[in-house]
Design a protein around this ligand. Structure first.
Ligand code: FES
Length: 107
């Protein structure tokens, strides 16, 4: 297996709706994960970009959260429609999407 250029961690942690920390799962992170899978597959990028669904990575109330390495860029409140932008601008062209990044006080 070739070493990927970028590794994308998508938080799919679930908690009960009434939990004080909230969760990415309660904010449709599964839909975001599926969109990443579909778009990476459609573009045949699996040898360059690795996707991993993960548990909690920190700022739960800002979910869905998506963390991209090697840059260590955290995207928050990611929607299905943001996925295409993240893939094209960051994962392919190498320019992080500043408008979608988590606030500096968070990450
Ligand atoms: S539940 Fe996703 S960051 Fe905590």
């Amino acid at each position: 297996m070739p070493r990927p250029e970028r590794h994308v961690f998508i938080c799919t942690q679930n908690r009960p709706q009434s939990h004080p920390r909230g969760s990415c799962g309660a904010h449709n992170s599964a839909e975001v994960m599926n969109e990443f899978m579909n778009e990476i597959q459609r573009r045949n990028l699996f040898d360059k970009i690795m996707l991993t669904n993960t548990g909690c990575i920190g700022p739960c109330l800002l979910g869905p959260n998506v963390l991209v390495y090697p840059e260590g860029v955290l995207y928050s409140k990611v929607t299905k429609t943001d996925v295409k932008t993240i893939i094209e601008q960051h994962l392919i062209d190498g320019e992080p999407v500043t408008d979608l990044m988590a606030p500096k006080e968070v990450w």
